[in-house]
Design a protein around this ligand. Structure first.
Ligand code: IYR
Length: 237
């Protein structure tokens, strides 16, 4: 069946002013789609946050390709309001660890995270020690670009920055996992120290930090269940 749109997209006016091209799309038969869907779920279901990463080196090319994948994320007005800062330098990693642990010390030991919050984290077993920030061969800090600056310094808006960066972060995690790497979404809060430490401009704000590497041999992860479909999906048909 071909839908008969009363308002086709793009309009002739848009098409006259802006370049468009035919969609590059692969159509699969239904059994193939089901298999691809199930296989992809099975692969993603094996992803776990890893808090003990080894110091085994990881080729930078793998990180670059994952960032390319992350950067395919849809974004507000296709402005791609993100910047991935990749850190391999041991001294900078040590500085990040020291600053993150200081913030987390206040969170955990001086109760900046309240009792309820700390109880919620108990099954995960996190604390203020963040050794993975030194062991991991790479740390990637995803900065959100809150606005842009023209060549002449004029401020230009970005749109849906948090949503765009959240989607890019999700694709980044999926890409790393698919490549055979482990990571963790780490949010040492408050994260403002990263802007200064990494020399980022004032229009950028740290969004999430990813230590990346291989899991340490024999690492344990919490025995967590994922919610069943009925608890995360509501069908209105
Ligand atoms: N940022 C802290 C605390 C923390 C908070 C949540 I919500 C987590 O899911 C995990 C940790 C830390 O990284 O330890």
């Amino acid at each position: 069946m071909t839908a008969d749109y009363a308002h086709p997209y793009p309009t002739p006016e848009t098409l006259a002013d802006h370049p468009f091209e035919p969609l590059d799309f692969t159509r699969f038969d239904e059994p193939t789609m089901r298999k691809r869907a199930v296989d992809f779920h099975a692969e993603m279901d094996r992803r776990r946050s890893v808090r003990m990463l080894s110091d085994e080196p990881v080729p930078i090319g793998l990180i670059e390709t994952a960032i390319r994948t992350a950067s395919t994320a849809p974004s507000g007005a296709h402005l791609q309001p993100w910047r991935f800062v990749v850190i391999g330098n041991p001294e900078v990693k040590s500085q990040i660890r020291a600053a993150a642990e200081e913030e987390e010390r206040v969170n955990y030991l001086e109760n900046r995270m309240n009792e309820q919050w700390q109880q919620a984290l108990a099954p995960i077993g996190t604390d203020h020690h963040k050794e993975f920030l030194e062991f991991a061969p790479w740390i990637v800090v995803l900065f959100e670009e809150r606005f842009r600056l023209d060549e002449d310094g004029t401020k230009r808006n970005n749109y849906y920055v948090k949503e765009s960066c959240g989607i890019a972060a999700g694709l980044f995690i999926a890409a790393l996992h698919h490549a055979g790497l482990a990571t963790l979404t780490h949010t040492p809060s408050p994260m403002a120290f990263l802007t200064k430490l990494l020399g980022r401009p004032s229009n950028e704000r740290p969004f999430v930090l990813f230590p990346i590497g291989y899991p340490m041999e024999g690492v344990l992860v919490p025995s967590l269940e994922r919610k069943p479909l009925a608890d995360v999906m509501t069908l209105i048909d």
